[in-house]
Ligand binder design. Sequence first.
Ligand code: GDP
Length: 313
Amino acid sequence: MVLKFFRGRQSPEERDEKIHEGLERSRRGLFGQMASLFDREEITDETWEQLEELLIAADVGVETTFALVQGLQERVDSGELRRPSEVREALKQDLVFILEQVPHREPQPDGEGLGVMLVVGVNGVGKTTTIAKIANLMKQNGVNVLVGAADTFRAAAIDQLEVWGQRAGVPVISGAPNSDPAAVVHDALAAGVSRSADLVIVDTAGRLHTKYNLMEELKKIQRVSARTAKRHENLLVLDATTGQNGLAQARKFAEAVPLDGVVLAKMDGTSKGGIAFAVVRELRVPIRYITTGEKITDIADFDPRAFVEALWR
Ligand code: GDP
């Protein structure tokens, strides 16, 4: 039997194609320059300096960059790596290794029963669009999904979700503007149970910097969810174009809810694909999806190897 949760996945071919398309800017930009460093005859001090600069510019993070470059230098000094092309391959392997260190865990137990995916993130990062994309992807792959529009502060977000929901054929459960978000979650879960849904995806408010106590609200929503849901997963959406700033947001959210995964949104809009490595290495949270454009199908399941390949090819 195919476990229900896994049915929400893209085929590896479709996933890899999306990742490849979405990373075009990174491939043409900083990572492309990095790859060409190793087209030369030999590796010099200047090569290492340039590699360091490019990794940092690509948002890989200073600490991770130093660790990577130092490790490679040692392997060249010891004679383990000789040709520049071998160093390039070793760097790719190291990058895959970073991403694989924190694998995505499927919510347990898998299989039957209602799952909840709580989606958090500050306004503007691409949260609403991401929810529509995940819902569509799940539905396309046989998951019975519905969406709870619990960002009741933004009437526009509720409207937007309803429009996306209609397009994707996914029911959207919403409350009146400014109503209690936890009550909307309660209603969405009740609807999920009565419709024998597999998964309820919940949109939440994204006001990190106002007086409104978002963090308390998220905890309340978690408690409501825990009463009904058999599986619960918290996803944080980060705007990949905001780089290191996103890490600070992530730390803030992680104080309120344990994060099970990160969605890197707008990967198509940046050449700084290195943020993925900083997120995994510094936050110890796996990347779950990347989003790659404004269409509802512009989303890819994350895969470390495909991601690193797409940065370099
Ligand atoms: P929210 O405020 O976090 O809910 O963000 P929205 O989902 O409303 O998205 C904000 C803007 O980012 C919109 O103009 C979206 O079309 C755009 N956007 C969202 N995801 C992507 C993406 O993957 N790529 C690009 N290029 N734009 C995106």
